[in-house]
Design a protein. Structure first.
Length: 251
């Protein structure tokens, strides 16, 4: 009965999400931020296949991938992936990736830019994700042009909503912060899913969106985890990011 609190937005809801990202951060046509966090577990080294759950920081963990809107609401989640998987691998294995690649998501209104071309709807993510036409990551070069620096600044500001959301999420459901005894393999993902539903229900019951300054106290949801870097880039993604960057600097 709670499932309607966590679902992909319809076209009208998505237009409101895009309007907020543009108003607050100056990123037009942005539909959300994708990020991951680790839920650490107590796991016996004698358990079969235990190494697959061992992440880059030598913790046993399960990964939650989430898409977050400007009001810190989850619009898509996937969990159950072992900690050893990288962000990019989890993305490619997710239903989100498959739906976006098939054009069944992020297929709403397009943004017309100065040269007459159009940029479709997109998500943003950190350097751990591949650069795709529908997933824009920051420029990683050391010497940035004016337009790429402007893009990175707005991208970074908008992207902070995801780590803030995940920090608040873990802080609310504190048992997710410590090492959880891994129950039946089907139960822990359901526990995480229910916590995500409850997170959204709390937001949906509020009269107004969470105040950004009040929510910005901390964003360290994965303490001691190093930033992952993905080198995969799609040529259409490169063009979309460049066009958007030029559009931002020319406004």
């Amino acid at each position: 009965r709670m499932s309607h609190h966590l679902r992909w937005p319809d076209s009208g809801e998505m237009e409101k999400i895009k309007a907020k990202f543009e108003k607050i951060h100056g990123l037009p046509n942005c539909c959300g931020v994708v990020d991951t966090t680790h839920i650490t577990m107590c796991l016996s080294s004698a358990e079969p296949n235990c190494k697959v759950w061992l992440d880059q920081e030598k913790n046993y963990s399960m990964v939650l991938q989430a898409v977050v809107d400007a009001d810190t609401r989850f619009t898509d989640i996937v969990t159950g992936w072992p900690g050893s998987m990288k962000e990019s691998s989890i993305l490619h294995s997710s239903g989100l990736f498959k739906l976006c690649e098939k054009g069944e998501r992020l297929n709403g209104s397009k943004l017309k830019v100065s040269d007459g071309s159009e940029i479709g709807e997109y998500l943003i993510g950190d350097a751990g994700y591949p650069l795709l036409p529908w997933l824009l990551t920051p420029y990683q070069e050391k010497d940035l042009t004016e337009s790429s620096a402007e893009f990175n600044g707005r991208h970074f500001a908008a992207r902070t909503v995801a780590p803030r959301t995940l920090t608040k999420f873990k802080d609310t459901w504190k048992f997710l912060q410590g090492e959880m005894w891994r129950p039946d393999k089907h139960k822990l993902p359901r526990i995480i899913h229910v916590c995500c539903l409850l997170h959204n229900i709390i937001i949906d019951l509020q009269d107004t969106a969470i105040d950004e300054q009040r929510a910005a106290s901390s964003s360290d949801h994965d303490a001691n985890y190093r930033q992952q870097v993905c080198q995969l880039t799609d040529e259409n993604g490169v063009r979309a990011r460049d066009k958007l960057s030029e559009h931002l600097i020319g406004r």
